[in-house]
Design a protein around this ligand. Structure first.
Ligand SMILES: Cc1cc2nc3c(=O)[nH]c(=O)nc-3n(C[C@H](O)[C@H](O)[C@H](O)COP(=O)(O)OP(=O)(O)OC[C@H]3O[C@@H](n4cnc5c(N)ncnc54)[C@H](O)[C@@H]3O)c2cc1C
Length: 469
């Protein structure tokens, strides 16, 4: 821990989940007092079962730990930055092949013990109903209590606060067969979309495959009936397979409508069309417009690769439909995760628009660093955009050109490498640059007085970057 800053007001962290625990630890390790407020067990969420901090609400897997994968790179960066959650995840791992899975009980018990015994953290068990005064990190998660969500909505504007994810898959542009697609917007104008035309038999086969696909089960609190009762606009975000179920042509009158488009190969309007919209300014990622889905991942790959031009698509993010409270980051947040509408309040975790356990941890770590820097009157920290953590937060605060949808770690959000390489070599070049530039950045921060918690040393990587074939 760095020297203690006596006399400075305590920083408040709302929510003792993955992001909140990481943020509290980062702030406390920088010598500041932290008040961590967690509403459980007095008030529970629909998914949590215990009073423990950092409870994993679903899977015990933190996804791939392969250094050559995007989630593996994210984990490695967090280890170097001194993440508490990653340290405990490594200590409590269970065999899971190439993934990092943890013993969920031991994982959250250890984090609870470390937070509760930390000399600079006071844990308060209460439900926060108003945004606290002073420097605050709000990390109340995808199931933020209704009262706090209302208070946040009043500050940022209700239309920037969402209660459901309706996420369409994202594919990498390099994996598309461009010869099979045509660029156009409906009724002309700037050709903003890539379009995949389908004939009648292709459309029918595609619809049948959608209907036959295996789906993730909905939890009770995520049912569509519940959803449409709470959220009137949810009807506009129905899963594609649900649209397919409603009728032979429902998709053709919905996301696959061909009106206003002419296939240059035939000179005619196609029978049906799938539109792909650029997901970032560099156009390295494309979103399948309107294809939010509850299909399991293997069936997303199988079904969506039936679309002409997507036969070899690389999926950077899979589709989903989830109960999830989150804000429109690009409209509401500075790159440091501070709210534009309320200085000194940072948003972290799933609430800031990242998707996933480890991504939530990453945003908690950066919000914690920045809250601690603000308290010590240091300039804010923005991680290199070439690092996975930096690129992810850049995406959720700046890069999404449309209504924001939550984003996970993937290689598509990292800028192109200098070398003109493809496939695995390209990912390797991006990952090596990410770690190199992160370490250089950490070194520069140290020169200006920044410190890292015990395990955060850029000089001592736990993993070598290895590349399996
Ligand atoms: C049902 C469900 C299943 C998921 N499954 C997975 C999965 O398998 N893998 C994956 O990677 N991601 C999953 N996610 C997404 C996400 O990664 C996790 O929800 C993750 O826990 C988010 O971390 P967080 O810190 O943002 O929120 P959380 O870990 O949920 O922490 C938020 C904390 O804030 C507390 N809180 C809420 N409101 C208040 C308040 N007003 N005052 C005080 N405390 C408050 C909550 O009790 C909670 O402890 C799932 C999400 C949901 C909803």
């Amino acid at each position: 821990m760095s020297k203690r800053h006596e006399g400075l007001p305590a920083v408040t962290v709302v929510g003792g989940g993955l992001a909140g625990c990481e943020a509290a630890y980062q702030i406390a390790e920088r010598g500041l007092q932290v008040i961590l407020r967690e509403m459980r067990p007095g008030t529970m969420t629909e998914a949590h079962r215990t009073s423990k901090l950092a409870e994993l609400v679903c899977s015990n897997s933190l996804r791939s730990d392969e250094p050559g994968s995007a989630p593996g790179l994210l984990k490695e960066e967090l280890r170097r930055l001194g993440s508490l959650v990653m340290r405990v995840a490594d200590q409590t791992s269970v065999p899971a092949g190439k993934a990092l899975a943890v013993d969920r009980e031991e994982f959250s018990q250890r984090i609870s013990n470390l937070i509760e015994s930390h000399p600079s953290i006071s844990l308060v068990r209460d439900e926060v109903q108003e945004l606290p005064e002073g420097i605050t990190v709000v990390a109340s998660g995808p199931l933020t209590s209704a009262t706090l969500a209302r208070a946040l909505g009043e500050v940022i504007g209700d239309h920037y606060l969402y209660f459901y994810d309706a996420i369409s898959p994202i594919v990498s542009s390099g994996s598309l067969d461009m010869a099979a697609l045509f660029a156009a917007s409906r009724y002309g104008g700037y050709p903003a979309y890539l379009n995949a035309a389908m004939g009648e038999s292709e459309y029918r086969a595609f619809r049948t495959a959608l209907l036959d696909g295996e789906r993730f089960p909905l939890r009770e609190f995520e049912s569509l009936e519940e959803a449409s009762r709470d959220v009137p606009y949810f009807e506009g975000c129905l899963p594609a397979e649900e649209l397919a179920r409603r009728g032979e042509d429902t998709l053709r009158f919905g996301p696959m409508k061909p009106v206003g488009l002419t296939d240059p190969k035939t000179g005619r309007r196609p029978y049906a069309v799938v539109q792909l919209r650029p997901e970032n300014r560099a156009c390295t990622m494309y979103n399948l417009v309107g294809f939010q889905t509850k299909l399991v991942r293997k069936d997303q790959r199988r079904v969506f690769r039936m679309i002409p031009g997507l036969e070899r698509a690389e999926f950077l993010r899979y589709g989903s439909v989830h109960r999830n409270t989150y804000i429109d980051g690009p409209r509401c947040l500075k790159q440091t995760l501070e709210l534009r509408a309320r200085a000194r309040t940072y948003i972290a975790g799933q609430l800031c628009g990242v998707e996933g356990y480890v991504e939530s941890v990453a945003s908690g770590l950066v919000a914690g660093i920045n809250a601690a820097r603000l308290a010590r009157a240091l300039p804010p920290a923005v991680l290199p955009l070439t690092s996975m953590v930096g690129a992810l937060l850049n995406y959720v605060t700046r890069d999404a050109p449309w209504r924001h949808q939550p984003m996970n770690a993937n290689f598509g959000i990292l800028p192109s490498p200098d070398e003109d390489v493809r496939g695995k070599a390209r990912r390797k070049a991006k990952a090596e640059r990410a770690l190199r530039e992160l370490e250089e950045w950490m070194g520069r921060q140290e020169e200006s007085g920044e410190t890292w918690p015990a395990s955060g040393s850029g000089a001592a990587p736990r993993l070598q970057m290895g590349w399996s074939t």
